[in-house]
Each structure stands twice: as structure tokens, then as C-alpha cells.
Design a protein around this ligand. Structure first.
Ligand code: ZN
Ligand code: FE
Length: 259
């Protein structure tokens, strides 16, 4: 949607906060903010008043700024998944899978994507999706609360159903190390080699590698390539019996955890 402006705001060592502005109505929303102080200063400098916070999950490096942002901007609404109601500071609006709502004339959608945490959600708007710590560029979040089956469905059924051109805004700058790991599984994947070269150039300039697109993830992300012979072969020794996609994902996740 031409009216939506997304600004990446780096925080902490590798988090991304997203500032969403509707250029027609001036409405402003924030996706996941760990540290309120620099965000308040930035909003002040840009003379923006946020009306909403969209939280992707309950981890402190995503919700840590909620309370101070609310005290600064009275009436700020906080959105998160209904199952996370008790662990999102300042929550005002519980959302569930399939929900959609209007903000400044733009339609937001909600996908429940458990795996990293049980209450993880993605928000879709226009041609963008905000995936928190569930889908990263060339990777996925650790399975802290969910099962491999949940993560498989979140990535490969729910997120994968969005148009391939969808721009993926994830919560951390982990792309370079994710690619390094992915290449241990698929050293001959040309899309991976090309992406690594591009990412090295971007990082050399100190720029973000986010957003990526779903299309790029289908070609490079091992957690979205669990049906690929090379990926299956790479973890074959860890699988007993049929290489069920969720079992492949579990084996790839375990290998990444130890990487
Ligand atoms: Zn995080
Ligand atoms: Fe997290």
C-alpha cells in the first residue's frame, strides 16, 4: 500500500523496531519495542504520536518498552495474541488467528504462528508481514515454547500462504550467521550463495538486511526447505524412519542450536 511507510529502528545489539506511518492520515504504530527511551526521542524528533503498539510475542526484547511508551503517549493501544494476555505489559487488545482490523484505513491481519513462543503472532498489512522471532531471514527462532510441528505449520502453511512477493520484516539482524549455517546444509544452493554475497555487501555498509521476501526465503531458508533432498540428506543421520517435514525441521533446528 502506497500510504504505508515502514521505518526500521535498530535497538539493543540486533533488534529491529518498526515504525509504521500512514502517510495519508498521519496515524503511527510501533511494532515491538524493547527500549522506550530512544523511541520516545525519535517520535518526538519526527513529531509523531503513536496510537498503537503491535507486539509479536512476550519476550522482553520485544515488549520491554511498552509501559514507558504508554506513560508517554496516553491511550496507546497494545495488541498481542489472546493467549499472551497475562504476559504482555499494558495489553489492551487481544487478537486471534484470522482477525483483521482497520488502522488508518489500512487493513491489518493476524496470523497465529506458534513455535518460538506459543503466543507468537505475525501481523500482515499491505504487502508486508511482521514476523517477530518466528521467521527470520534464512532462519527461524529457537523453539522455546512450541513444538517442531507448530513451527513447521507456522512457517510452511500459514506464512507460506501469503503472496511470494510479501516483504518480511523480522525482529533481529541474524541474516549473516543464518546464511552461514544454511550453507553447511546446502553448500551448492546457488540462491544461498548469491544471497550470502549480497548480504555481505549490505552488512559491510552497516545497513539492514531486513526486509527479505517470502520468495527469497523459499529459496534460501532451510526451515522452509524441509522437503528439499539436500536438506533432508544433511540431517538424514538424525532421523529415524520417514523424513517427515516436521522431523526434518526439528533436526535442522537442533543442528542450528549447536552451530
Ligand atoms: Zn527477540
Ligand atoms: Fe523472542
Amino acid at each position: 500500500m502506497a500510504n504505508l511507510k515502514v521505518t526500521l529502528v535498530p535497538q539493543l545489539s540486533d533488534n529491529y523496531v518498526f515504525l509504521l506511518e500512514c502517510q495519508q492520515t498521519g496515524e503511527v504504530a510501533v511494532v515491538d519495542c524493547p527500549d522506550a527511551e530512544p523511541m520516545i526521542a525519535l517520535l518526538d524528533e519526527k513529531q509523531l504520536t503513536p496510537s498503537k503498539i503491535f507486539n509479536t510475542h512476550h519476550h522482553w526484547d520485544h515488549v520491554g518498552g511498552n509501559e514507558d511508551l504508554i506513560s508517554e503517549h496516553e491511550g496507546l493501544a497494545v495488541y498481542a495474541h489472546s493467549s499472551d494476555a497475562s504476559r504482555i505489559p499494558g495489553l489492551t487488545t487481544s487478537v486471534d488467528h484470522g482477525a483483521s482490523f482497520e488502522v488508518a484505513g489500512m487493513t491489518f491481519g493476524v496470523l497465529h504462528i506458534p513455535g518460538h513462543t506459543t503466543g507468537a503472532v505475525a501481523y500482515t498489512i499491505a504487502d508486508c508481514v511482521f514476523t517477530g522471532d518466528t521467521l527470520f531471514a534464512a532462519g527461524c527462532g529457537r523453539l522455546f515454547e512450541g513444538t517442531p510441528e507448530m513451527m513447521y505449520e507456522s512457517l510452511n502453511v500459514k506464512l507460506a500462504a501469503l503472496p511470494p512477493s510479501t516483504r518480511v520484516y523480522c525482529g533481529h539482524e541474524y541474516t549473516a550467521s543464518n546464511l552461514e549455517f544454511a550453507l553447511t546444509l546446502e553448500p551448492d544452493n546457488q540462491a544461498l550463495l548469491d544471497k550470502q554475497r549480497a548480504v555481505q555487501a549490505i552488512r559491510a555498509q552497516g545497513k539492514p538486511t531486513v526486509p527479505t521476501t517470502l520468495e527469497e526465503e523459499f529459496a534460501t531458508n532451510p526451515f522452509m526447505r524441509c522437503d528439499q533432498p539436500a536438506v533432508i540428506q544433511a540431517v538424514r543421520s538424525k532421523l529415524d524412519g520417514e523424513p517427515r517435514p516436521a522431523a526434518v525441521l526439528a533436526a535442522v533446528r537442533a543442528a542450528k542450536d549447536a552451530f
